[in-house]
Design a protein around this ligand. Sequence first.
Ligand code: GDP
Length: 476
Amino acid sequence: MPGIADITDSLARGLETVQTRTEEFLFEPVIRLGVTGLSRSGKTVFITSLVANLLAPGRMVQLRAAADGRLLRAYLQPQPNDAVARFAYEDHMAALRATPPRWPESTRAISALRLSLQVRPTGFLTGFTGPRTVHLDIVDYPGEWLLDLPLLNQSFAEWSESALALARAEGRAEAAAPFLSALGQAAPLAELDEPQAQALTAAFKDYLAAARAAGFSGCAPGRFLMPGELEGSPALTFCPLPKPETRPKGDSLYAAFERRFEAYKRIVVKPFFREHFARIDRQIVLVDALGAISAGPRAVEDLRVAMADILHAFRPGRNTWLSRILTSRVERIAFAATKADHLHHSQHAALAHIMQALVADARDRAAFKGARTESFALAALRATVEETVSHQGESLDCVRGVLEQTGREAALYPGVLPEDPAALLAPAREGRAEWLEGDFDAMRFAPPELALKPGEGPPHIRLDRALEFLIGDRLL
Ligand code: GDP
């Protein structure tokens, strides 16, 4: 049964939507494009390069409106939602244009940007109407926040049980050891001692951060790593606790954490889904698949599970809290393995297949039908050039770029991705600690020097194709 608050939520949302939709239909349509992915998946670089490449679309040949010369002009507008920070496009471009160029600062919270596109309509309408304006509202938010959706259906005891089982799982032991030992010292039934509660929470957050750094993706609650504006608040000061044998008193640590867990859901998780997520109509999910592959099979399996949780947000079951508040339906979802410039193009198809396989399970589930989905291997900002090097009589397809650690230029051979994704996903599911054959090296290249010709944005790989899939139909 929906609660009163849920019903008022959906009524309010419904009214607002009818109004905005009518305005949009009569005047200028708005496309709300969500850009998400776990931290360091490449959201900031993606949006920065996307905007620069729409402002100067010379390299966007796979975007039909640009190739046909119908994209007449693109310009930035004030961000229409006063409650959300503006995506710092100019700062990010300035970092990329600095000498030497720097990668921009990564996403830490939600932000948005409005880019307006002036397009000449095609076909039948061409002779009757002048150019029309389509607003592209780009909403950048941490993928970690989507991982919070399952918490809404869990009690504190249920969540604690699964979170503690995950912390004790093989592969995470090293990252979790200090937290588990601090937990061993804690007395959940004793009276709440705030400094102790904070120390325990800090140990839990350190564990999540260490697991993330080791390549693991499932690190809920999402705000613990990406707190946004709520850093240090009581709603973010709790951690999983083993269920006590006896009923905890109201002033105990356990009861306090249980209340805070509920507060987290009410004041952190629900407002994000209601106010931001529910309004998105096109979505791109960025995935650092190469990063997970180089971290090993356990990281790949963890990524697969996290992707399933993320996808769940886009197709919630009927009559769940989320399905009741969704006002727009996500019609298209692109899954993109980022940083494809770490590979020679001969391996891009294999990377796109791996991306597809990572989301296949979740996508095939009946509940997920309805949206069009496609997988891509892309680089929002190409930092390398290709080079074939001969090594011990063999020719190796390498990529050349400036290495971030040393500032020196080098040609690197990352290893070979298997043609069949099962060769990676099967050992990952079996829980192996290492790949059987060959390792895949993690790489970090410095951003390229941007010497852009007039009318051209930064170099990229398949950014235009992904955008054509996402919004091409709305620019006709
Ligand atoms: P966010 O946390 O999702 O906002 O991730 P960022 O956009 O800040 O990207 C994280 C890091 O990934 C950057 O600092 C770069 O080192 C790297 N990166 C992102 N996109 C690309 C790309 O297209 N090519 C390369 N070579 N590296 C990238």
